[in-house]
Design a protein around this ligand. Structure first.
Ligand SMILES: Cc1cc2nc3c(=O)[nH]c(=O)nc-3n(C[C@H](O)[C@H](O)[C@H](O)COP(=O)(O)OP(=O)(O)OC[C@H]3O[C@@H](n4cnc5c(N)ncnc54)[C@H](O)[C@@H]3O)c2cc1C
Length: 564
């Protein structure tokens, strides 16, 4: 009998964030031989990396945590409605320790390449430490916001002070008292960091190219009594998240924008603006996402609230976006962000008027003047959604590169498969249900579905699964069509793939990154596919490979095991 290589692992998961942690839990519960590889120094993904001051949830903490274990839900006490980075990382570590998952994880492992071995239906992975690992299935839990992007200014290496992207904020404390600090960027991260450090630094100069809409977080502590109440309501809370489009507790106001009077609309907005979380965005009228006029009326309302909070009228006007309406992008939530500009030590520089020309040894040069700084913070966001995929040389059938296939934007089946890249799964990938929602709710759905799918493969003795081109085209067309109804299609943001710091991601080249149909519709669709025996996915068995359900073997050697 001919010998066929047997993979070292049945499954390799790339990424040890919220998705990778839950995925390894599900697989090892089934006794599958699997490992998690992460480029970072430890687990946590987003919450391991983004240590900048002010980094915290905009999801209600108790709706963000995993829902899979009653015991975990009963043990963990969220201390704040919107928990901070350090607490979130502590939580993920707690989960990993509790379920003894750390032993399946390998850190400081940047996956550089993943090539599909067509003859043997295996993936071969190349790690930056020189190792080569093989697996039957590769699960990409790479994160949609895990590849930071820097601006492209001349002289960035010349700066003699400290400079870093917020994603790479140092693990050791950064001394900021009395320092002259620049923050470049006023997106979701900039808004958090600026508000947090304004009263802790000497001078803070904010370089803003385009303002973003944002609204108050209205955070508060969670007492023991409140936590006990949350615990008693977890079933109800997660049931609500499952039926709302965004996977949050916030349900849209279904009365209809024009069915109520202007006075009633303003009353609703007054209430929502002062409530915690995404209410002002997601408990609003549904027309604000699709119709220009309702969106313009709401945007003007929010603009007025900004004017009320910023003392200097000229500064206030600069902080109000003109190029997109409120809520057409994921809305950053802030804590006293606008009030920061009322401080004497905070200065706003509009770089749409006076662009940054270069980074100098001592600071920044705009078209108007030179600025000296001790610290430059790049709050310049991410090569969102596909950046981490582009970072790996992924090659499928015929050596085709995923990077090339997705050159003009991703195309997927259900956000989980890519035609021509068999045995590659994405529980939280582009065009999946988690991208535009309360992520962990979508991640749990994706991980559970992928795990069921793998169980099905093993139970039926299949070794290869590839979505058909037709299924992929159908899904991608569906995702694309949904954008046409949304005002978001016009916005310069990561939902449409805009990033001026990444080649090919200029405005006007829309990338259809997120599924806009909402959680319930997404779940119904993927469940229907499963019920129909994974319709749209070609499954193949191989008689030379054992059809037994693969269980973990104790084989300490990395590389390829060869079946006898
Ligand atoms: C500052 C910030 C705040 C956020 N707040 C919220 C929030 O309040 N609510 C919400 O729902 N979402 C929020 N998000 C989105 C957040 O990314 C998700 O909630 C969630 O953490 C995603 O988990 P993940 O496992 O999919 O990805 P990640 O946490 O990004 O983990 C992906 C992992 O993959 C690893 N990886 C990538 N490429 C490779 C490679 N080639 N080799 C090896 N490893 C690799 C990375 O190192 C990383 O550890 C926030 C994001 C940011 C950046």
């Amino acid at each position: 009998m001919t010998t066929k290589p047997v993979p070292r692992y049945d499954v390799i998961i790339i990424g040890a964030g919220v998705a990778g942690i839950y995925q390894i839990k599900r697989l090892t519960d089934l006794g599958i031989e699997a490992t998690v590889l992460d480029a970072g120094g430890d687990l946590g993904g987003t919450w391991y990396n983004n240590r900048y001051p002010g980094a915290r949830f905009d999801s209600e903490s108790y709706t963000y945590g995993y829902s899979f274990s009653k015991e975990l839900l009963n043990e963990w006490h969220w201390k704040e409605q919107f928990s901070s980075q350090s607490e979130n990382l502590r939580y993920l570590n707690y989960v990993a320790e509790k379920f003894d998952l750390r032993k399946y994880m390998q850190f400081n492992c940047q996956v550089e390449a993943a090539h599909f071995d067509e003859a043997n239906d295996l993936w071969q992975l190349k790690i930056d430490d020189g190792r080569k690992l093989t697996c039957r299935f590769v699960i990409m839990a790479l994160g949609l916001l895990s590849t930071p992007t820097l601006p492209r200014y001349e002289g960035m290496d010349a700066f003699k002070g400290c400079s870093f992207h917020t994603f790479h904020w140092p693990h050791e404390p950064v001394e900021m008292a009395g320092k002259k600090v620049a923050v470049i960027g006023t997106g979701a991260t900039g808004i958090q960091v600026i508000a947090e450090i304004a009263d802790k630094v000497g001078e803070l100069t904010v370089f803003q190219r385009r303002p973003n809409w944002s609204a108050p977080l209205n955070n508060s502590p969670i007492s023991n009594k409140e936590m006990a109440d949350i615990r008693s309501r977890y079933d109800e809370i997660f049931a609500t998240c499952a039926r709302t489009p965004g996977g949050f507790e916030h349900e849209p106001d279904r009365r209809g924008f024009y069915a109520v009077s202007r006075q009633e609309r303003v009353e609703l907005w007054d209430r929502l603006y002062d409530e915690p979380g995404f209410g002002i965005w997601l408990q609003n009228f549904r027309e604000i996402f699709t119709d220009e006029e309702p969106n313009a009326e709401l945007s003007e309302y929010i603009a007025e609230r900004i004017r009320q909070r910023v003392n200097d009228p000229m500064t206030a006007e600069k902080l109000i976006p003109r190029d997109h309406g409120f809520g057409v992008q994921r809305v950053p939530l802030e804590s006293y962000y606008f009030e920061a500009y009322n401080r004497d030590n905070v200065h706003l520089v509009d770089i749409s008027e006076t662009p940054i020309e270069q980074v100098t040894e001592s600071g920044l040069r705009t078209s108007e003047r030179d600025y000296d700084f001790d610290i430059i913070v790049y709050a310049t966001g991410f090569d969102a959604v596909t950046g981490a995929f582009d970072g790996i040389d992924i090659r499928g059938i015929g050596g085709k590169r995923l990077r090339d296939k997705w050159n003009d934007g991703p195309s997927t089946f259900l956000g989980m498969f890519v035609h021509g890249f068999p045995n590659l799964l994405m529980p939280a990938g582009p065009q999946s249900g988690s991208a535009s929602t309360n992520y962990p709710r979508g991640i749990e759905i994706g991980v559970n579905w992928c795990t069921d799918f793998l169980e099905y493969m093993w139970e039926h003795g299949y070794v290869r699964a590839d979505a058909t081109l037709e299924a992929e085209e159908r899904w991608t067309t569906h995702v694309t069509k949904m954008y046409s109804k949304m005002l978001m299609r016009k916005a310069k943001g990561w939902f449409t793939g805009y990033n001026s710091n990444v080649d090919g991601h200029e405005h006007g080249k829309t990338r259809y990154f997120v599924y806009n149909g909402g959680t319930p519709k997404y779940v119904a669709t993927i469940n229907e596919v499963a019920e129909k025996g994974y319709e749209g996915v070609v499954l193949r068995s191989d008689s030379s490979v054992t059809s037994e359900f693969p269980v973990a073997s104790v084989d300490g050697v990395d590389g390829v095991r060869v079946s006898k």
